[in-house]
Design a protein. Sequence first.
Length: 168
Amino acid sequence: MDLQVTVFDGSTHTAEDAARQVGAELGQIVKSLIFVAPGVEGPEPILCLVSGTNRVDLARLAAVTGEPDVRRATAREANDLTGFVIGGIPPIGYPRPMRVVMDPDLGRFPVVWAAAGTPAAVFPVPPGTLRMLANAHVAPIAEEVRRADLEASDGLSASDAAAQGAGA
């Protein structure tokens, strides 16, 4: 498979930066996040491929992986376990197998953009191809978005939202 990596002068360190650089929706950006579970020989990495608009829910990730003590890796652990710095962690290309869990929200887009090893490089890929290349298990690991959160992001109070919903 031939993936076309684009290197930008500006940063793609955050999902917002990457979306701005490639001209995509925030949800099309793949956040490659490293979590760890206790292992016999030290922390075992779990790579989560998450839509740029979402956050991982630790309880959901624990349920999906069967790892009740899973936690987010520190920056040092992420670098030690992957060889990459946060902001440039790719979803594929590791010398040893790693558990990978993919957010189903990425499948809403024909193409998503993922980090290519540095905080300034990305590549486009169809979500189905990404799932296959990463040998990812697709499962709901994102936090639920609450109505109050949506209203707050739109600048509406609960009463304003209720009035709009009632046609007032």
